[in-house]
Design a protein around this ligand. Sequence first.
Ligand code: C5P
Length: 237
Amino acid sequence: MSHPPSRSLDHVAVALDTPDRESFDQWCALFGPQVGVLKVGLEAYVRWGPDAVGEARRWARRVFLDLKLHDIPNTVGGAVSAARDLGVDYLTVHAAGGPRMLAAAQEAAGDGLELLVVTLLTHLDSESLEALDLEGSSADRVSRWTALARAAGCAGVVCSPLELARLREENPAPFVLVTPGIRGLGSMGDDDQRRTASPETALGAGADLLVIGRPLTRAADPEAALRTLAKTLDGVG
Ligand code: C5P
């Protein structure tokens, strides 16, 4: 695209989820200069390792390494240090690892990168939560786990769009709220995301960063989808 990037696209992280290296490189070059963040997820990292991070860093202002770490504190601390050495800006860890794991992760992160704590994955609907024996309201659980993340000194959380309003009220800025599960950008069929919202609703509800994958990367015309998204978000607030 020849026009300058829209400022509202600063709030967008494009999820580079693909098994195909050519697509990964194309998406880095297409989306990297336009949006605030490129997100390297498990799929790309397991295939191409630090090289995927390097390619994203070539094009993006900020890089988000979404490894959703969940292990004993010592192991997670070591992995966070390694991610820090890679020069990423954001890294995810699971709240379900508990307070000691979060503290070890935050100690390793220091001021070298921002830790984003995954609360409940957005594909989990009430049926899945019941099957996992996670009774009670998911909103209350997310709120409690967010309090743990904040107490550990982490930068923010990843939550579903439906939890944003409550979390924003309970956790004022600069605590960062990141939300995937963005849908309603043109036509996309049913997929694995369940607790979803439109980009403008999520931004209006207090999200700092919208993680968007397939609605952009799998759009028939990804550049047109990005332009539509920029226009939609420019109208918020
Ligand atoms: O393609 P889609 O827009 O669903 O991509 C969403 C991205 O956000 C994926 O990369 C997924 O791994 C990530 N994510 C998520 N739910 C979370 C945390 C991250 O969907 N709770």
